[in-house]
Design a protein around this ligand. Structure first.
Ligand code: NAD
Length: 387
């Protein structure tokens, strides 16, 4: 008898997230979130579904939104079909996204799972009494929330600050997926191309390595001289910033900070250069500044590919991928980071939320790294499945 069935990418990812599947099986018995509502503000794409279903297996009620630009409609449809409340639209409009964030907080969730600090930044000004705390996924979120600690005063565990997240996702997966995205958007080669990577943190290290492994000549620009020395000793060229821009066929920003490439760099950008961003917020490349610069005569848009070609008065033209949004979650068929890296990161998420739900963490745990025993638990579980 034919027992074949037609499945979606969400099903493929769910089947691939073995660590989350094992965690969900445990949560079905232990129910750490029974009676609690978890509000989430994280990319709505297939891998997140695996995390959200794990939290639901633990007894949570869920209210979910996404991040700017990365919401995938099929994922929203899937979650709604599972009876999960979703307030999210595929938007690049900060105000529209803000309305979704407000809708999540209006539900007064007991725990928050944040990505970029959007939810907690609002809670800092408008706290609600039953909020126990939660998790923040990213470097950018941690930077944003650190100055708000006195106002927040609740346990917030920063997944990014786990060594596992640092090496499994930021170092090994972001580079791979940004490299994959360059190919996916452009269908151009990397062989012999000069690539400049801005930022040599965990994400920048993997990005530089992936382009080098694909036969590109890679330069690194980092404002920190110690980090720049590390890039130099890793075998990358580290020219002065202006030269690194002038010579680059591909420019990748992955710093977490705004205005890394701006209109002031217009005179240096090479004819035909491709600009892309891997940092969390779409503020590293000043796309809006380019669009409205008097030195720019027009912008050609390849809508389906989400590529913009900026045409300059002096005849040069350069290209921006995905409007300067995180390229690995933009453009045609965005895949994001590898399933395995997210399985690990999301297992940390699930365990950290379980820990906050249990109580016992005080306000001194506001914006702190993942506790070491959770790292050890997740690492051992992954190794057991890999053996
Ligand atoms: N695309 C993704 O899937 C993904 C995944 C994880 C993290 N991120 C994001 O990537 C960004 C970087 O993360 P990270 O973990 O590598 O951060 P990190 O803090 O480890 O590294 C950032 C590096 O950028 C450098 N830098 C800062 N300002 C700079 C400037 N003006 N010019 C050049 N270099 C500068 C810093 O010195 C540092 O070395 C963050 O926004 C993070 O949220 C994206």
């Amino acid at each position: 008898m034919d027992q074949s069935s037609s499945l979606s990418r969400i099903d493929w990812v769910a089947r691939s997230c073995r660590l989350l599947a094992a965690t969900a099986a445990e949560f079905r018995n232990t129910k750490p979130f029974a009676g609690l509502t978890i509000g989430t503000g994280i990319h709505l794409e297939p891998k997140t579904v695996a995390l959200l279903m794990t939290l639901r297996a633990g007894g949570a009620d869920l209210v979910c939104t996404g991040n700017l630009n990365s919401t995938q409609p099929e994922t929203v449809d899937y979650l709604r079909a599972q009876g999960i409340k979703v307030f999210a639209t595929q938007t690049r409009d900060a105000e529209e996204h803000g309305a979704s964030l407000d809708a999540i907080l209006a539900e007064k969730p007991d725990l928050l799972l944040d990505n970029g600090g959007d939810l907690f930044a609002r809670v800092a000004d408008r706290p609600h009494a039953n909020l126990l705390g939660g998790t923040e996924e990213t470097t950018s979120g941690r930077t944003r929330l650190m100055p708000m600690r006195d106002k927040l005063n609740i346990p917030i565990l920063v997944i990014n600050d786990s060594p596992i997240k640092q090496f499994a996702e930021n170092r090994h997966a972001v580079g791979q997926s940004l490299f994959e995205s360059y190919l996916r958007f452009t269908n151009r080669s990397t062989n012999g191309k000069r690539v400049t990577v801005f930022g040599y943190g965990a994400c920048g290290k993997g990005t530089a390595a992936c382009f080098r492994n694909a036969f590109a000549a890679v330069s690194v620009v980092d404002i920190d001289p110690v980090t720049t020395l590390e890039a130099h000793l890793d075998g990358f060229t580290t020219p002065p910033r202006e030269l690194a821009i002038r010579s680059a066929d591909v420019l990748v920003t992955v710093t977490g900070y705004p205005d890394i490439i701006t209109v002031a760099d217009l005179p240096s950008i090479k004819d035909g250069a491709i600009l892309m961003n891997g940092g969390h917020f779409p503020h590293e490349i000043d796309v809006e500044g380019f669009r409205s610069s008097p030195d720019v005569v027009g912008v050609d848009r390849y809508e389906a590919e989400q590529i913009e070609t900026v045409c300059m008065r002096d005849g040069r033209a350069f290209h921006i991928l995905g409007g300067g949004h995180m390229a690995n979650l933009a453009g045609p068929r965005p895949l994001g980071n590898t399933v395995e890296s997210m399985d690990l990161g999301f297992a940390l998420q699930a365990r950290c939320l379980e820990r906050v739900a249990k109580g016992g963490l005080g306000k001194e745990a506001c914006v702190i790294p993942v506790p070491a025993e959770i790292d050890a638990l997740v690492a051992s579980a992954y190794l057991d499945l890999a053996r």
